[in-house]
Write a protein of this length. Sequence first.
Length: 290
Amino acid sequence: MSTLSLTRIYRSDAGEIAVRSWCERALGGARDLRSPGAVTAAGRATRVHVLPGGPGTPVLLLSGALLGSANLVATARVLRADRTVLLADLPGHPGTSDSRRPLLGRADAYGAWLDALLPQVTTEPVILLGHSTGAAAALAAMPSPLVAGLVLVGPAGLAAPVMDGERLRATFSWRLSPGERTSSRLLGLLSGPVAAGGATHPLTEWATLVGRHCRPSPVPGILRGEDFRDWSGTPVTVATGAHDRVFTPSLLRGAVRRLLGTDVRTIASAGHLALHEAPARVRDLLREVA
């Protein structure tokens, strides 16, 4: 990963401090969450946060698309009833890890990063729970005895995102003028109808912060043949929100059957942020793996 051209996600040093401070406050308020010092994976400083849990196979949560460790603590608390939860912020995404990301969001670079990270954070097999870019990272990583299974939610890397005009316009407005109104509009389109139709979206403050201080993070494109690993010997579950406007169930279905030999599970009432919206359903998907 270190040999690739890199770009810094934050627009300024002050912006980086603002985002990291928000994350540290959110994580610091989470009782029982352990946040050891950063480890270096593929030359990138990476923070992994640990929430001890039940006796099941641990899960390593790899987030993407406006989600990170700091706003997924509530999800982790649902999952911990069964298993220990490790949360890793991808380098080059807003959060607590290295601020540099590969140009064009190269999935192979994230795969190499994950290959280097895994043996540093676990000595026993874990389930990789990947969302959006985090799912592409999981798919591009090498199968390993440390990977007990994959659960991919709204995964990037299998198909090109839907060119949804309404969502693209909302994204442009949010980037041009990040604030409560534009953030709420975008989050409403990324969420299912319950979250979209309620009061202020719980991620509004975070989305506004990211819009103000971070450069756009492109979603990885379709994985190249040489980057797509053979996961045929590993349990793989793929799911997406019934209202996901980025990676719709119908968009993913053909690619998932062809490349992974499985079907797409639909998470009712959720959108692209299903990992945040429907943690109990994600917990059920993990239970089916181990």
